[in-house]
Ligand binder design. Structure first.
Ligand SMILES: Cc1ncc(COP(=O)(O)O)c(C=O)c1O
Length: 439
């Protein structure tokens, strides 16, 4: 059967193929998705996903909060709520944001179904086909999926170990405008960047805000990881410096648990009004139950202590990852994040992280190829390694397997290049005889 009985409208796999809106063309499963399905098998060490280690959250903290909510506010928790979110939770969100220097009013907070949904709503409000979103290169993959689904173009501004480079931002603004295109906002992840792991310095925060102010560009500051620092806190949020030109996104996904699906946007007043209307149109109201449980958790549990626990867990895992890289893959380069979940690795330039992934999965280790984080196919020489979920021991095993994969890949390239020469990694004694796999 084809759509409307017409044999020409569909294809063999999807009879509705020609009926989709143009914007649905941006919604394509990535080529590595099937591999990730395999990578979720327990024997694979996955350094690919960004799943928080929720097992570090004592279940009683959640069970107690849920019980109290149901006993004391059951009918409200099970009912529809306000499109803007539960007022008491919006007040508590102010306390969370105050930890990163933000002073705001609860009226300007909109609770969303995770910060992912806030990204969707902001995009819906601002993006027309052909508009440009400036973002770091690389950038958060699922934000780019949304931007593309609104038929916007992503223009990547380079970054270095101090985050987005202001001078490059100036140049990109000029060149995008010279091409007659409209820039709708700068999407940035200033803290413990996903995927790059770097943090935007304070001086650059000030400078970038000034550039955006002068050029009339809204800043979309996405900050899921800011409170998960290791040695020292990140600089205060960009929103702490600028109220009118920043939409700030926060979430409870990484500091509590993503299963609640509760995040928020803090927006200038006029944008906030439109966000509430868009939120209502999309979901009527964010989950009353989740919001009340989180509110109860924030008022009765030691949430700051719990964030400290998470910090300790992730810090230990980051150290395990970096020391394994030092030991097994010393010739590669990588970022050293002071928080968050991710390390960005640069491979020898002959390697292609995307092409190498099937071999890695076969060797029971998974990573995310750098190409996933660029809108333009860049990133073949990079990979993102996540240290949030596997234990330190598994991280070591995973890196040891990865070392074998990289060595074999370089050998293969050498063989086909006809040089027969040993690759530089192979010449390293630690590398050339990886210890036996203990798993
Ligand atoms: C940079 C960034 N933004 C937003 C999100 C979405 O988080 P959530 O919708 O769970 O709040 C994530 C999740 O990994 C992320 O890494």
């Amino acid at each position: 059967m084809t759509a409307q009985g017409s044999p020409q409208t569909g294809n063999n796999l999807d009879p509705w193929y020609h009926h989709y809106a143009e914007r649905a063309a941006g919604l394509r499963a990535s080529e590595v998705r099937a591999l990730f399905a395999v990578a979720s098998r327990p024997e694979v060490v996955s350094l690919a996903g960004g799943m928080p280690f929720v097992a570090a959250l004592p279940p009683d903290l959640v069970i107690n909060a849920m019980g109290r909510v149901m006993r004391e506010q059951g009918p409200t928790a099970l009912q529809y709520g306000s499109g803007q979110g539960v007022p008491v939770l919006r007040e508590q969100i102010l306390e969370v944001m105050a930890l990163e220097g933000i002073r705001a009013h609860a009226d300007d907070v909109v609770v969303t179904t995770g910060s992912q949904h806030a990204l969707e709503l902001v995009s819906k409000l601002f993006l027309d086909p052909g508009d440009v979103v400036l973002s770091e290169g690389p950038s958060y993959v699922t934000a780019m999926v949304i931007f593309k689904s609104y038929q916007a173009e992503v223009d990547h501004v380079p970054m270095d170990e101090h985050g987005l480079i202001p001078e490059a931002l100036r140049e990109h603004i000029l060149s995008v405008r010279a091409a007659g295109k409209s820039i709708k906002f700068l999407y940035t992840i200033p803290n413990f960047h996903n995927p790059a792991g770097v943090t935007l310095s304070w001086a650059r925060r000030v400078e970038i805000l000034e550039i955006c102010r002068r050029n009339d560009i809204l800043v979309l500051e996405d900050n899921p990881y800011g409170l998960l620092y290791f040695d020292q806190p990140a600089p205060d949020a960009m929103r702490s410096l600028e109220q009118d030109g920043v939409v700030y996104l926060g979430t409870f996904s990484k500091t509590l648990a993503p299963g609640f699906r509760v995040g928020w946007a803090l927006a200038p007043h006029a944008i906030r009004e439109k966000l509430v209307l868009a939120n209502e149109a999309a979901v009527l109201s964010p989950s009353s139950f989740s919001q009340l449980v989180i509110s109860e958790y924030l008022s009765s549990a030691d949430w700051k202590g719990q964030i400290n626990t998470f910090r300790g867990v992730y810090h230990e895992r980051k150290n395990a990852l970096l020391s394994a890289l030092d030991e097994y893959l010393p010739e590669l380069t990588w970022t050293n994040p002071n928080g968050g979940f991710y390390v960005w690795v640069t491979l020898p330039d002959r390697l292609d992280s995307k092409a190498m992934l099937p071999r890695a999965v076969k060797e029971l280790v998974a990573y995310t190829p750098g190409t996933a984080f660029f809108a333009d196919g860049d990133g073949r020489q990079n990979m993102r390694l996540s240290f949030c979920y596997p234990t330190p021991e598994h991280i070591r095993i995973g890196i040891r397997r990865l070392a074998t994969v990289i060595r074999d890949e370089l050998d293969l390239l050498d063989t086909f290049a006809g040089t027969g020469s040993l690759n530089p990694l192979r010449e390293n004694s630690r590398f050339s005889s990886p210890p036996p796999d203990i798993s």
